[in-house]
Write a protein that binds this ligand. Structure first.
Ligand code: NAP
Length: 291
């Protein structure tokens, strides 16, 4: 079994980006600038945004965090987005999800200038991705592709089963694994909560990408020998033995599944750190495109 070490690979990517930023600075060019809007006080969201800001510092990007209160109206948020769209100093920005109930997430994502949409959530960018055109690929699926690529995991002609069909992970992942090229050329099955006999499907898979958010959902008996396992799940499970009172758990019963797998991502330290690295990569791409 080979561990797909997202912590290590994401560090390599950050080092590569930092080198590029150094060269930009030496040439007197503007460095990439990422902004993040966060609405409300959700603990997990605040942690994610803080780690994105920290990652920007680490590679030499500029960063701006825009904090808005939980009672922010849709109009106020749209005004802020307009401001960032029009600010030439901002190369890319993200809106941390989920948003409070009074806000229509789809309307908000549609308002982002697609050239600054480094999360790749705008329908124009999603459409371009589906059509194999150059675009911003959503950071989590992009990170998974990069992990498979850097470890030379063969995807061609393989049966990939994706669990979960969210717009940010499962759905784009199923499109990307089925596209022409590498990593890709897989035969893809997309499963969700209405899928019947899921064990029958997963046990035929060469590659399983699990993105449902149910701790320890994928058990050893659902997996065939030598399968490649990508665990996207991140769930906070209460745990009094830890300082924070919780621990992070993936979708996969790692202890038992890892005994059968050829490659597997750990949680934490697998897909999570890759997501942040690929957000930085998209921001660098946005800056390069503006030039
Ligand atoms: P989501 O929007 O809640 O979607 C979950 C998907 O799983 C849905 O499509 C749902 O089906 C499906 N599902 C739920 N129960 C199922 C079951 N018993 N069998 C089969 N499918 C089932 O979640 P998400 O945003 O994609 O996130 C999924 C997980 O990944 C979460 O733990 C999240 O925290 C994590 N995540 C991690 C990263 C990272 O950087 N590592 C990034 C994003 C998300 P229906 O469509 O039928 O409801």
């Amino acid at each position: 079994m080979i561990l797909l070490d997202g912590k290590k690979v994401s560090n390599d990517i950050k080092n590569e980006i930092a080198e590029q930023v150094k060269k930009m600075k030496a040439n007197g060019e503007k460095v990439p600038h990422l902004a993040a809007i966060i609405v409300g006080n959700d603990g997990a969201s605040l942690t994610y945004v803080a780690s994105k800001v920290k990652a920007c510092e680490r590679v030499g990007f500029e960063s701006t965090m825009v904090r808005l209160s939980n009672t922010t109206s849709q109009v106020e948020l749209l005004d802020k987005i307009k401001e960032l769209n029009e600010n030439p100093d901002i190369d890319g920005f993200i809106i941390q999800l989920p948003l409070p109930k009074q806000i229509d997430t789809q309307k908000v994502l549609l308002a982002v200038n697609p050239d600054k949409d480094v999360d790749g959530f705008h329908p124009m960018n999603f459409g371009k991705m589906a059509l194999d055109m150059s675009t911003f690929i959503p950071a989590t699926p992009f990170g998974i592709l990069e992990l498979l690529d850097r470890y030379g995991v063969d995807t061609q002609g393989k049966h990939t089963v994706v669990i979960g069909r969210s717009h940010i992970v499962g759905r784009p992942m199923s499109i990307l694994m089925g596209r022409k090229g590498f990593p890709g050329n897989s035969t893809v099955t997309l499963t969700h909560s209405h899928t019947k006999n899921i064990t029958q499907i997963t046990s035929q898979a060469d590659i399983i990408i699990s993105a449902l958010g149910v701790p320890n959902f994928l058990k050893a008996e659902m997996v065939k020998d030598d399968a490649v396992i990508i665990d996207v799940g991140i769930t906070r499970v209460p745990d009094d033995t830890t300082e924070k009172g919780y621990r992070i758990t993936g979708d996969v019963d790692f202890e038992n599944v890892s005994k059968k797998a050829s490659y597997i991502t750990p949680v934490p330290g697998g897909v999570g750190p890759m997501t942040i690295a690929m957000l930085l990569k998209n921001t660098l791409l946005a800056r390069e495109r503006q030039m």
